[in-house]
Design a protein around this ligand. Sequence first.
Ligand code: ARG
Length: 293
Amino acid sequence: MPAIRDVSDIRVLTIGAAMNSEILVCDAAYFRIEYEINPYMDTGLQPDVRAAIAEHEAIVRAHRAAGRYVRHIPAAWECPDMVYTANAAVVRGSRAVLGAPPPERKSEVPYFRDWLEADGFEVLEAPYPFSGQGDALACGELLLAGYGQRTDRRMHAVLGEYLDYDADQVVALRTVSAQSYDLDLAVAVVAADTIAYHPHALDEPSRQRLQGLHRHRGVDLVEVSTAEAARFALNLVSDGTTVTMTAGAPRLAADLRARGFTVVELDTTELRKGGGGVRCTALTLDTPARRHR
Ligand code: ARG
């Protein structure tokens, strides 16, 4: 436990307590580019499998070094994108809403459903297109809920109902281009009171909603440039104290260090070929359910 030096340290330690302390990953054994469902994928540019496995293992080691409990689901051959576990579901308390991905990734769903059920989660199938945690980022008592690309906005009410968020706790954020086909490429929860985002990835009403969080809830908003967002800067995992992110975004890394976070930067060259980074490869399992009123 780091020494508490002043009041701002206490904030970080307490708010960081229950964020990303338990995550689900899938190894990169069968990771490959078999189709192109986002603008980063190119079937002519295949990952080096050994390098991809090593890169993924380094990310897992970094999670463990930060004190996170890492669970593992074995990769299945027929699921070339299964390493991106974030799209499998979104979890709160003992409940999970499964992702409803594009047809190319449908074969992943039963594997994740079985794993979550075996682990004791109550699981709901999504009735509309839904990118799982890729479009649903827990932020303290709020849910930052993406839509416009792979998630149908009607999912927000489903998530609220099944995961017990009030309507005003679900913050709808529309991503405006295929570059941000998932919200976790446009917005990052660094702590319950710190959100990093790329303004141009969102429409104006969504930007206003984030500004509202700043004005009414004191959330610190960190802006990320187009260049760093395109290099997956926002696709990070934070426990509120340590931020694990790509090495391609030195400006954001510096901004977060200046705010007192410990930042670990990692190579994501191979994962990027599938259109993902650190956040996409970790499904959060420890988002607390709300206390009963
Ligand atoms: N190739 C995968 C897809 O297009 C990448 C998913 C990355 N996941 C994420 N949460 N952004 O579905």
